[in-house]
Write a protein that binds this ligand. Structure first.
Ligand code: MN
Length: 502
């Protein structure tokens, strides 16, 4: 990774003053790390440069984030301090570097011990303060994984495990599908060397053969679209990430049989508009019979991490099974870069400061910050809430107006009510689910339309704490009770049925 190449690429997207800042910060970082070497034998600055390159030329983050990438190891590993950075380059950049340094002090020892959750917790708290810190840390980890082979075996394993258990899920939750896949692939040879070698060998021939087929299918579909008068942005083949292929093969229904995998190489169609996605789907289905049950409309029903696309599997050209993914350019950007896609080129427009605009799908980041304020970040309950809300599968339910709400599996109408508004939750009396009367305690299912019936007076009671599933609802109920039911029964003592009897 050489400076000139990185710089020339940055020139394509950043303004003059920003490039000037990059030059200055680079000179500072280069001097700070001078005479330090990576384990690979390269000058240390090559690592900082690789991190900045990914943030700038790949994710197109704002320039403060890019230069914070250049500086991310300076306070920890050189004689220059955070104070020096603040004096030279200002509060914003120092704040980002400080955040990354803090995150770097957390190490995962054993995925089963409590430090694991602790790591997750701290990562997320950092994220709630400024998500850019997390993106720098992910870029740092990505480059460390790319140069993993130079480290001793035991260290390789620890870092790879941490990457798989902590960093990849975070990239996933941020909608950064490409990075998640890349990180996971890099952990594979370090953690399961034999399995990796087995799969690589197995896949090689079949992959080339499949790639050839997808290329031929592509030509034919291009003609189909021409005949139908459909314009598109791009049609190309897309190979599945190796580790996600491996996980799929391990599932009982595939039984390690590569022949049962149809999306080893998929065809990806990038359209000009949302309408075109459905037009393309229509044309494809009229020419090629779709396999039943394989059409997934993630545009109408995005995944919890915001992923949008239409997937279908058809009997394609040559009567072979072919998976096709259809999405707009915007959806594609979001699917690959997730939350980072929302920063792309922000510097070209108005610079955003402070709490950056967050896409709607990431409302949970704000929720997290609220709970933390309410419950306190060190409490058991907070850690517990992360476990539950982060790891459980999510469901989508709708308000009567059609707004989508994202809840954990097993959530009740009461959880839904609190998610819509604290007051709606506190005043809830009953619910209508899909137009039928339901109890506040019933379990909601994916796709339910939920309407809350509320009364004039708040009805929140301690009993509610027993059946709500989200920490959001629990926190709001508890803080209401604390305000309105002061006295001898506090905190965690459950309300016993006989206490009120005379
Ligand atoms: Mn680093």
């Amino acid at each position: 990774m050489d400076y000139q190449t990185v710089y020339d690429n940055l020139k394509k997207s950043y303004r003059h003053e920003q490039l000037k800042l990059f030059e200055q910060v680079f000179a500072f970082a280069e001097e700070a790390h001078r005479n330090q070497l990576r384990k690979s034998g390269e000058p240390y600055i090559s690592h900082s440069l690789a991190v900045a390159d990914y943030l700038g030329n790949h994710l197109h983050m704002d320039m403060n984030t890019v230069v914070a990438g250049l500086l991310h190891d300076v306070p920890e590993d050189t004689s220059k301090t955070l104070e020096d950075i603040r004096k030279n380059f200002g509060e914003q950049i120092a704040f980002l570097v400080a955040g990354v340094t803090k995150l770097g002090q957390i190490k995962l020892r054993n995925q089963k011990d409590e430090n694991y959750i602790e790591t997750m917790r701290k990562m997320f708290l950092a994220m709630a303060t400024d998500i850019r810190v997390v993106l720098i840390k992910l870029a740092d980890r990505r480059h460390n994984m790319l140069t993993l082979q130079y480290l001793p075996k035991d260290k390789q394993e620890r870092i790879a495990r941490e990457t798989r258990e902590v960093y990849a899920p975070i990239a996933d939750r941020l909608g950064m599908g490409e990075l998640k896949g890349e990180l996971e692939d890099l952990t594979f040879p370090a953690l399961e060397p034999k399995e990796y070698a087995w799969l690589l060998d197995l896949v090689k021939e079949r992959y080339e053969e499949m790639q050839g087929y997808v290329d031929r299918a592509r030509e034919i579909i291009v003609k189909d679209f021409q005949e139908a008068g459909i314009k598109y942005v791009d049609i190309s083949g897309r190979a599945k990430h190796l580790y996600s292929l491996y996980q799929k093969l391990l599932r009982a229904k595939y039984d390690r049989d590569l022949g049962k995998i149809y999306d080893l190489v998929a065809l990806r169609i990038i359209t000009r508009s949302l309408e075109d996605c459905y037009t393309c789907l229509g044309v494809l289905h009229s020419k090629y019979r779709p396999l039943p049950g394989r059409i997934k409309d993630y545009i109408a029903f995005p995944k919890p991490n915001g992923y949008r696309s239409i997937h279908t599997t058809v009997f394609g050209p040559e009567r072979r099974i072919l998976e096709i993914q259809i999405r707009t350019q915007e959806m594609h950007q979001e699917a690959e870069y997730g939350i980072a896609a929302h920063w792309a080129y922000v510097e070209k427009g108005k610079p955003k400061t402070g709490a950056l605009a967050q896409p709607k799908q990431l409302e949970w980041v704000n929720q997290l910050r609220d709970w933390q304020k309410e419950i306190g970040s060190d409490s058991e309950e907070f850690i517990e809430s992360l476990k539950i809300d982060f790891f459980k599968n999510r469901i989508f339910v709708f308000t009567p107006k059609g707004d989508v709400k994202d809840l954990p599996e097993g959530a009740t109408p009461l959880d839904f009510a609190f998610l819509v508004h604290s007051n709606l939750g506190l005043h809830a009396m009953g619910a209508r689910v899909n137009n039928k009367m339901a109890k506040l305690t019933d379990e909601l299912e994916n796709g339910d339309v939920v309407e809350i019936i509320s009364g004039k007076e708040p009805r929140a009671s301690r009993d509610w704490l027993r059946f709500v599933k989200t920490s959001n609802a629990r926190g709001k109920i508890r803080s209401y009770l604390n305000k309105h039911q002061k006295g001898w029964f506090t905190g965690l003592i459950p309300k016993l049925p006989f206490i009120n009897k005379k």
